[in-house]
Design a protein around this ligand. Structure first.
Ligand code: F3S
Length: 418
């Protein structure tokens, strides 16, 4: 199928609007041709993942610098995933000098193109809050799943460099989840619960669904109660990590899934899978790659914590202090940290022995430099990537269990938590 280009797109491709836009259009048209797409479409915002030296290495830094040297400028609001090291104090965070130097070069190149330097995986809490039905070119898998599932915006999981090209020309390829026919449900997920999920179960459910669904679109029925934004962020992140979930229809929550029938549209479910409390306990056991009591680091904030979650940690600590035998780190973006400072909570937490790590996260920063052997977290996504990216065994628990472990200096058994 021939790719249709508007007169302006042809002019960009012919180099009439400069080298950078020509390069970006060449990349996008070649992706479009390989996807057999009919056309490119405008996007309201872009979210980049050319953000950390840990994953892009020298080649990524050099590519960013080359594109910047062409005079590239972003033409739509463009945000970016977390910084590859603690943005406030990378030296204290044991970041190697060469790593820091390359991270700063990468950041300078991307910032010269006009990125909003918000360094977060939750852009939907910041400058680029999508509306229902808007087309986006986002890369961060957890944010894509959230935008499609919770907001009803439309984004595929873009890839690094292609995302930069989308930002330069303000367009993406019309394929995948941009097309209505590709957004209907395929598999029915029947939650066999007669109560709302507890907090840890959102992460475990996402983790289980990712494994079960891969990149198929699930339609979840039986979700009780009113999950918070944070519950849904956790669920989407885990499902996008353990599988490739980019859109999940949660009936009654997803805007395109007001009913079971609406979620499936013309499709019939190819399969029905029931999930019980028992299944969730089994999933939780599978998520743990460490069984003992010992723990070195309790790390929360994947996706980065909101101010509500930071307040929650302060409340759960209730004046107690973190055991000197462990570290307790919260990852958050600059907005949440600024709020925590204004509210006096950052000081309260730091006085209690908690460290707030700014604008980065445990997975995309060089945390292995610390030599942690066991990390506990409340994140299904972190549990998935932790063994490989942090070189540590992982313990999964609720936020409350993480706080109790931080205070006790060890992982507590269920019966020990009041
Ligand atoms: Fe965000 Fe890092 Fe987790 S980018 S979703 S906090 S792995």
């Amino acid at each position: 199928m021939a790719l249709f280009l508007t007169e302006e797109e042809k002019a960009i491709l012919n180099g009439e609007q400069g080298e950078a836009r020509q390069f970006a259009m060449e990349v996008l048209t070649s992706v479009a041709t390989s996807c057999n797409a009919k056309r490119l479409i405008p996007v309201q915002s872009v979210h980049l993942v050319l953000h950390t030296y840990k994953s892009c290495f020298d080649a990524g830094v050099e590519a960013a610098e080359k594109i910047a040297a062409m005079g590239a400028k972003f033409t739509v609001p463009t945000t970016i995933d977390p910084y590859g090291m603690d943005a406030e104090d990378w030296k204290e965070a044991k970041t190697p000098d060469h790593y820091a130097e390359m991270q700063i070069r990468l950041a300078n190149a991307i910032m010269s193109m006009g990125v909003i330097p918000y360094w977060t995986c939750t852009p939907y809490y910041g400058f680029t809050v999508p509306r229902f039905g808007e087309h986006l070119a986002w890369t961060e898998s957890s944010a894509v799943a959230f935008a499609n599932t919770v907001i009803g915006a439309r984004s595929n999981r873009e890839t690094a460099i292609v995302d930069v090209c989308c930002a330069i020309v303000g367009r993406t390829v019309e394929t995948g989840l941009h097309l209505q026919e590709n957004r209907y449900g395929e598999v029915h997920i029947e939650l066999k619960y007669d109560r709302p999920l507890s907090q840890w179960e959102y992460g475990a459910l996402g983790f289980r669904l990712g494994k079960l669904l891969g990149n198929r679109i699930g339609v979840v029925t039986g979700m009780q109660g009113e999950p918070t934004h944070e519950n849904l962020k956790t669920l989407c992140a885990a499902g996008a990590a353990s599988g490739s979930i980019a859109l999940l229809h949660i009936v009654g929550i997803t805007p395109e899934a007001r009913t079971y029938e609406e979620a499936f549209g013309p499709n019939k479910p190819t399969e029905t899978i029931s999930i019980t409390e028992e299944d969730m306990l089994q999933t939780r056991a599978e998520m743990n790659t460490h069984r003992g009591e010992n723990v070195d680091l309790i790390a929360v904030g994947c996706p980065q914590y909101t101010i509500n979650e930071i307040v929650g940690i302060r409340d759960m600590l209730a004046g107690r202090k973190v055991s000197p035998s462990v570290q307790f780190w919260i990852y958050a973006n600059s907005f949440a940290i600024a709020m925590a400072e204004r509210m006096g909570i950052r000081k309260e937490l730091e006085d209690a022995g908690v460290t707030i790590r700014a604008e980065t996260c445990m997975i995309i920063s060089p945390i292995h430099e610390w030599g942690f052997k066991v990390i506990m977290t409340d994140s299904g996504k972190c549990v998935h990537y932790g063994p490989m990216e942090c070189n540590a065994a992982m313990v999964f628990g609720s936020t409350e269990e993480c706080v109790e472990a931080a205070v006790a200096g060890r992982v507590l058994s269920e019966g020990e938590i009041a």
